[in-house]
Design a protein around this ligand. Sequence first.
Ligand code: GTP
Ligand code: MG
Length: 333
Amino acid sequence: VDSASGTTAEAPDEGRGAAHVDTRTRDLAARVRAGDRRALARALSIVERADASSQALISLLFPHTGRAHLIGVTGVGGVGKSSLIARLVVEWRRRGKRVGIVAVDPTSAATGGALLGDRVRMEELFADPGVFVRSMATRGAGGGLARATIDATRVFDAAGYDVVVVETIGVGQDQLDVGQVAETIVVVEAPNLGDDVQALKAGLREIADLYAVNKADAGSADRTVATLRAMLALEGERDWNPPIVKTSAATGEGITELADAAETHLAWLGRERRAARRRERARAELRRLLEERLLRDLLARVGDPDLTTAATAVLAGTDPYRCVSDLLRRYHG
Ligand SMILES: Nc1nc2c(ncn2[C@@H]2O[C@H](COP(=O)(O)OP(=O)(O)OP(=O)(O)O)[C@@H](O)[C@H]2O)c(=O)[nH]1
Ligand SMILES: [Mg+2]
């Protein structure tokens, strides 16, 4: 029995909504909503496990979500995502917003001390009651990671955080697809030798709502901005033309503009586009959850003896596709 929620992983209380949730989980959810940081940390640990015990918690918190601005910050390794977020946090705090951060790359929050030396230190941010940083282990890559990250943003949202930032490398096989968790996606690029824009090569163009060309203090950012602009121009006018903001997490250049651009994007989204994006995310999540659930339920029914029998049939000459079809017919209708 899980100590936090009182439900067992083996017999999840799935599909019954929040009606049957035990008092300890109710108490935890209430404390999360009341802004209790220890409860928040605990709730995040529960959702990080992405197991059955997180479901009860989320069903209690879900009705209180939908207020936060969900911002994804993505870009290839080392472009300055964490450093930029640290700067943005200061700006958002100045604007009176509470900020929750989910760093999907486990090295991110952990290297907080290395962020631009002493300038903006994660520890200082940790000490601010209006900021909470949480890094997500990538061990549960794939569905588990997506689920844990989505639910972590829900926990922050229900806890009343105004801005919830998800830092991630972005798209890729065992990476979290940031579009699944964010409504405003900031793609961070850093100037590099040559004319290529790494974010574009990494397939981040389709998802970018804003571009930050970071490390402007280190030179040649103008060329990167020009290259990016030229590439975007080839695509012609769109409903929303992603602004390109030149930033430096080292000097603070462009941070106000970047925060403004994120707000402008949210305003542009408005109620309707926001709902449309939410619906798309819900569809993707539902599909993934269905896949997970169906697979688990089915595999729970097809027992080892069935597999042994089928394997014997394969050895006897029945092809494996046929055996699988037979098994599915038997157990799956
Ligand atoms: N000169 C300069 N260095 C920067 C800037 N932003 C970040 N850096 C440095 O670049 C390195 C990587 O910064 P991070 O913020 O950790 O980059 P990241 O994108 O979060 O990296 P990963 O999470 O590992 O993908 C660090 O040494 C930073 O100090 C900047 O604007 N100017
Ligand atoms: Mg980082």
